[in-house]
Design a protein around this ligand. Sequence first.
Ligand code: SF4
Length: 333
Amino acid sequence: MASETPKPAAAKPAASAKLQLKDYKEDVHNDWCPGCGDFGILNALQMALHELQLAPHKTAVFSGIGCSGKTPHYVKAYGIHTLHGRVMPFAQGAKLANPEMEIVAVGGDGDGYGIGAGHFMAAGRRNVDMAYIVFDNGVYGLTKGQASPTLKYGLKTKSLPAPNILDGVNPLALALSAGYTWIGRGYAYDIKGLKELMKKAVLHKGLALLDVLQPCPTYNNLHTKDWYGGADRNNQPRVYTLAEKGYDGRVRDPTNHDEVLAKKAQAFAKSEEWGDAIPIGVFYEVELPTYEERLASRIPDYLENPPAKRAIGDAQGKPATDIRHLIEDLRVL
Ligand code: SF4
């Protein structure tokens, strides 16, 4: 059933003077390979945060392990570089501890759809209000280009000794079945379009997955910028936007089972398109109660008094929690 509760105040702009784009950029060395699609994604993310005027002290970017895992180091906001495949538990935990924070999780397709696949599915069932951006390049770039979960069966990148023996997963279909309430796909070299998709993913009330097609020129010589751009077919780009075809993935009435099924079916069909025509844009969108709202229905003061706002000590600095009885219970005689 659709929720009437507006999105919490996490996306509020900074109270003071308008922030500039440079205010979202960390001035540190970047060691991604020249020509990597990660640069386009990073630029789009910084532009999206800037256009939304999110206060850096109220924004946190979490990452897993992989080339994409370095992203928080380059964005001026709170940055948390976590463990391989574990970005979603960290990021969801932070959001639940402090719902006023705007949380963006980032990671690679190996990180999110491989080792983190269990967390990926469980997150869909919760619908925590945050965005998850996956850098999808078909290889494990940081560890020399092994086949990752989105590389299709039989393909052989220059980093593989033999064609891929496993089939690839369809991440948008996984998200659809897991319960993600906003599902989109962008392209790393369509920076303006990607920026708009990121803004939509952040502003969506609920869990958003944005899968981003990201050329890895060092290890994936199949899905290159030239290939996506159609250099082998008279420069007719393979990537096209769903909007230009009049596609509409939004569910108007989440209580209408037939409408939900029809929208899911068309999103699934579109997500299977690949090869000469690769759609990007918003595949599916629905508004359902978030996990925070479900918690608030059981813990009435949760949103006003979440864990991050609770006192952990008294005026003298003594911990508010007395764990002596717990220690006693655990004592081994
Ligand atoms: Fe980018 Fe690939 Fe280099 Fe990693 S290995 S930085 S994904 S080009």
